[in-house]
Design a protein around this ligand. Sequence first.
Ligand code: AMP
Ligand code: ZN
Length: 114
Amino acid sequence: MDDCIFCQVIAKKLPSKMEYEDDDIAVFWDINPQAPTHLLVVPKKHIAKISDFKEEDMHILNKMVVIAKNVAVRLNLNEKGFRLVINEGRDSGQSIFHAHLHLLSGRRLMWPPG
Ligand code: AMP
Ligand code: ZN
């Protein structure tokens, strides 16, 4: 996906602050953080949005959550708490159409979200 920003980050054609990487998943710091810790957990396979995940992709979705949890624990975010967020579609504010999980922490997060 040549025109996809996250595919370019994964392919190292765009710079990023990479926190974790394996064959299936990349975790890098958000370029416009909404909290002191704001990471993006991104599948290496280009899947545009969460509703596009097919049955055969479910292991990737599962792994995204497990890795988000592992990174959160490694950075001690679980001591005070963290939030995982997935946006889909216009009304949610999704701006990058390569599915991703936001990992937010480091401040008191409001509920309900804006
Ligand atoms: P969403 O609005 O849920 O689609 O989230 C997309 C996120 O990607 C936003 O929080 C952006 O700040 C972030 N973002 C956009 N471009 C980059 C980039 N090159 N590197 C890291 N984060 C990015
Ligand atoms: Zn992509």
